[in-house]
Design a protein around this ligand. Structure first.
Ligand SMILES: [Fe+2]
Ligand SMILES: [Fe+2]
Length: 262
């Protein structure tokens, strides 16, 4: 079966390219199941009920998240009623679930986990538990009820992502990095069958500094002064990977990068 994983949807440009190109990619590659990271969908920061509704009108199965998901607490009630995951290993007192079991059209049971790294990632008291320990505790239960296991590992450091990839090789179907908004060229199926990429990239304006208007970003670096956050508009692209999965073994056959402009 074919699984499509899409990198962080950023602001209105990201939502629009997602809406326009996702159906094309699904048709072209005969995709069976889609996950997408939506932590930047609302104005570049967080997710709101309105932007979640808009994104979920597209044929996407599950939305994963990251550090920015806590930006708008209006989304909290949606965690129980919509297929939206928050990072599993952040403060358990926060609402929502970090994993779920979903069914693909062909009856395959797919476990999806949203997990967050800890290296260069702590902020606002949402401190995450060590993701290696966290996944060790969680995985047996998910594997009991899933044919395929996908992890969105939302983390800054490639070392942490790479290490978790090796740690989970052969134990999960795919470990897919997000958060840096820059697609990496290191996609591969690891020796024991886990598809891996350090970062899926960003679904949004690439003529920017990770989604932010480039002049605002440069001013911030030159002076330290934070001007009003502004979503960029140039170079709008949908980024992600297409994974060919053997649903009988729960392992991957191939992983291919996707990066398409409107
Ligand atoms: Fe992001
Ligand atoms: Fe992030």
């Amino acid at each position: 079966m074919k699984i499509l994983a899409i990198g962080d949807i950023f602001g209105r440009p990201g939502r629009e390219v997602f809406r326009d190109l996702l159906p094309v990619l699904i048709r072209e590659h005969r995709v069976d199941f889609v996950i997408a990271n939506a932590e930047n969908a609302a104005g570049g920061r967080g997710l709101t009920p309105k932007t979640a509704d808009e994104i979920l009108e597209s044929p996407v199965n599950v939305l994963t998240a990251g550090n920015h998901i806590w930006e708008h607490n209006t989304i909290h009630p949606y965690f129980d009623s919509h297929p939206i995951l928050r990072p599993h290993n952040v403060n358990a007192a926060l609402p929502g679930k970090g994993w779920g079991g979903f069914a693909a059209g062909n009856g395959v049971r797919i476990g999806v986990i949203s997990l967050q790294g800890v290296v260069y990632m702590s902020e606002k008291g949402h401190l995450a538990e060590n993701p290696f320990h966290s996944i060790d505790k969680l995985l047996p239960e998910i594997k009991r009820q899933s044919d395929v296991v996908l992890i969105d590992f939302h983390a800054e450091a490639t070392s942490e992502k790479r290490a978790l990839g090796w740690y989970l090789d052969g134990k999960v179907t795919a470990l897919l990095g997000t958060h840096t908004h820059v697609q990496t060229a290191d996609e591969e199926v690891l020796p024991k069958g886990t598809a891996y990429i350090s970062d899926l990239g960003m679904t949004g304006p690439h003529g920017s500094v990770i989604g932010l208007d480039k002049e605002v970003a440069i001013h911030r670096f030159l002076t330290g002064e934070k001007r009003k956050f502004k979503v960029a508009e140039e170079g709008v692209t949908i980024d992600g990977v297409l994974i060919d999965v053997n649903e009988k073994t729960g392992l991957s056959k191939s992983i291919k990068r996707i990066s398409e402009k409107i």
